[in-house]
Design a protein around this ligand. Sequence first.
Ligand SMILES: [Zn+2]
Length: 356
Amino acid sequence: MGIIKTLIFLAFLIFAIAFTYYNLQDAEIKFYNYSFKIPVFILVFTSFGLGLFFPVLYYTLRENALRKREEQIYSFLSLFWRGYLGRALSIFRRYLPREEFVPFYIRIKREFKEPIDIQLDLYRKGIVETALAENKIPKDLDGARILLENALGKNYRNLKAKRLLRSLYLLKKNLDKAEELQREILTEIEEERRTCEQRALSTILAEKYLKEKDSVYLKELWQLPISKLSGAVLASVEGAESIFEAASNLGILNEVIKIMEEKNLLDPNLLSLIQSYRNHIHDDILYYVYQRLNMQEQANNLNIKNPDLKLVKGKGRKLLSLVRIWKCEECGKEFKNFNSVCSNCLAVNSFKINLN
Ligand SMILES: [Zn+2]
């Protein structure tokens, strides 16, 4: 590379000398009444030099400013993630007019337990409202809902706000709105997350079926990947064999059967099918099944593992319903009953049987 540069420089030098030799004569420059003479080669070289100098100066200054800003952002992020929040805040205060930085500010203020003073009408993208809404979960779900609705009012293409609001609607059993949002989420979601969101739609439609008993939902449910709740619903109406097989492959058979038990969807005719999956179903879950079907003897013969379940074994259904058999996989909170969405962290389809 060095040789090529030297050759180019030499060629340019020879060209410059030759150009100078042929252009030693004067040119006359006039402006109003003034005029002066200057050799042509100086005129050409000066124009060329000035034409090069100003753009180079402009871009060098600009690049330096950008580099300084980049270093500041890296320095801020490094301080932020290492917990030097006060110093981080002092660096990035000037970036607050950029909405993308405001969630950091909210988090710092929260950690300092200081009031979050933000003028919402300064921002247009709904990012700030979404970050504030996350901050209100799970203590103030209504406040979070209003913020998320406002976020989507400002910018409808805010997937995070949409998913959170969908979960809130589902939690509040506002199923029509949850379904509407979920269908929009599916048109926008990235490919690798599609199945997960299709399962969320399954769950919403299964909730709607349980509420309205309209078979139109079943038709679509058969087309979608099954979720724990939709599996329970479909197994209770028809084709329990195929649902049990699919649920077993997905590792959610215990959950499907427990939901059927909780929602009173267990038909005694399913007992032989349940027996044939005996190796895939936990004794704790069978205990619930046998209790529900009044099969005391079979229930008492089971080898229960859950310590809380052991405590209430044989003491009636009322105490049984107090056992926190469910656990949210996302936040770890334990629950007595199944829910499609976690009231603590708003995760959908996150409930798992708390097996010991
Ligand atoms: Zn949770």
